[in-house]
Design a protein around this ligand. Sequence first.
Ligand SMILES: [Zn+2]
Ligand SMILES: [Zn+2]
Length: 141
Amino acid sequence: MDTTAGTARDAAQKIARGRCLCGAVQFEVHGPLRPIIYCHCTMCRRSSGHYVAATACAPRDLELKCSEGLRWYQSSAAARRGFCMHCGSQLFWEPRQGAHVSIMAGALDGRTGLTASEHIFVADAADYYRILDGLPHKPAD
Ligand SMILES: [Zn+2]
Ligand SMILES: [Zn+2]
């Protein structure tokens, strides 16, 4: 029996929970989460205050347990960003025609069991930090 594979599968399929800072948006993910991708694009940097660390799931796997505070900002023709109107937490990034919804990793509860896979839009990175973790870089996405 390969216990390593079993552990990874269980970890990928457990229910993940998350919420905004004030609790007016709460969610669960009933399915696998993608490895973390760091995005250095100017829109992520402006809206978050730094660069973004995001996981993602299939839209059908995202269940909103409380959406009272959830509002969407259409940040480009291609995508919109979900945030809490009360506390300002950034939570989601949803492409208009995509097979996934991104979830800001900092919104997840507790230990995620996730690892990071790459940096994207590094051509847009700011000049006040260096990317030194050895993960792959992409100039755009
Ligand atoms: Zn909130
Ligand atoms: Zn971005």
